[in-house]
Design a protein around this ligand. Structure first.
Ligand code: NAG
Length: 342
């Protein structure tokens, strides 16, 4: 037997309507309170940095929040002063205590895009505190800030990668060929030490490994090596990269303009690690607006004298770390999308 009468089981239509109105109202209030307005950019990461380090000085957290927006309207960003506005560095004794060594964005954008804040206290190296060479030379910190991920550099016909101070083939040329989001049509690598840079011998034909709709992807016909087309794109030089033409050295500014005939229409990515010879070249580029137009993105190891770098034989250099920081900021103010190369 049914214990409930029909009258008890029935809910009036008025009650139904009230429930629906309440639910809709809740959704509306929640939307206005929590989802209204533009989506913040990278907000959580920067706020996390501030939260994770409550010992940062007063106002520093706010600086992180300000840096999220990456001001460009600020007239200060036309000058080095704006580009010297750092998000607070993670204290050096805690610099390693994070999952990814990615810095906060700088206060000023470059070419309309966010770029990492300069980090002189860690010698521009997020992993410096650990002191292992592999951490000091870790390059993952630049990955989120690559210009090639913000702008499609593959639409240009000529796409050039220049490596000044290439060292071993696997040091930076391989890194850029694998990690940089551009299919370079030309690679020019300078290395004075003839024993260091060796282009792998070609002779691998990818066509022989290609099978349409291969049902056995793991069944390799020939172990992949370097293919002819890739090696044909790489050119090797054994002169010193310099500001001046001389015996065994080349004026790289002249070479880029007159011999390689690089222009604004080309994609040009430059990596420079030339043991102090970068100073006169970069100082020239500061006063050459053409170079800021030609170079899309610049990675440079700036060498300076500082007690914390003596283990790396940097005692021989004369400029200070403050001068190095100033130079980076000036380059950014002049429109160079420049990163410190570890
Ligand atoms: C290097 O070349 C540039 C561009 O051609 C030129 O302006 C500059 O004077 C040269 N450097 C020196 C030291 O002559």
């Amino acid at each position: 037997m049914n214990c409930f009468s029909d009258a008890q089981r029935q809910i009036s239509p008025k009650a139904y309507n009230l429930i629906i109105v309440c639910l809709l109202g809740y959704i509306l209030v929640d939307f206005v309170l929590f989802h209204w307005g533009p989506a913040p950019e990278c907000e959580n990461f920067a706020l996390d940095v501030a939260k994770a380090h409550p010992d940062l000085p007063d106002g520093a957290s706010q600086q992180v929040v300000n840096s999220i927006t990456g001001s460009e309207e600020d007239p200060l960003c036309k000058t080095a002063l704006g580009h010297l506005k750092f998000a607070p560095e993670v204290p050096i004794d805690k610099a390693w205590n994070q999952m990814k060594w990615i810095g906060a964005p700088a206060y000023c954008k470059v070419k309309g895009h966010l770029i990492e804040s300069l980090d002189p206290l860690n010698n521009f190296r997020r992993g410096f505190a650990l002191k292992f060479v592999s951490d000091v030379e870790d390059k993952t910190l630049v990955l989120p800030w690559l210009y090639g991920t913000k702008v499609n550099l593959n639409t240009k016909q000529r796409r050039v990668y220049l490596d000044f101070g290439a060292n071993d083939f696997r040091t930076s040329v391989t890194w850029f060929l694998q990690m940089y989001p551009c299919d370079f049509t030309e690679v020019h690598a300078w290395e004075v030490n003839p024993g260091l840079f060796n282009i792998p011998s070609p002779g691998f034909n990818e066509d022989t490994n290609w099978i349409p709709e291969n049902p056995h992807a793991t069944r390799v016909i020939q172990t992949p090596k370097v293919s002819d087309w890739m090696v044909q794109r790489i050119k090797q030089y054994s002169t010193f990269v310099s500001d001046d033409d001389g015996k065994g050295s080349v004026n790289i500014t002249r070479f880029m303009k007159e011999e390689l005939k690089l222009a604004e229409e080309d994609t040009v990515v430059v990596k420079m690690d030339i043991e102090g010879a970068e100073w006169p070249i970069l100082q020239r580029w500061l006063n050459d607006p053409e170079m800021a137009q030609i170079i899309d993105e610049l990675f440079v190891e700036i060498h300076y004298k500082h007690p914390s770098m003596l283990d790396y034989h940097w005692g021989q250099f004369t400029h200070t770390r403050e001068e190095a920081t100033q130079l980076m900021a000036e380059l950014r103010a002049k429109g160079f999308f420049v990163h410190a190369w570890p």
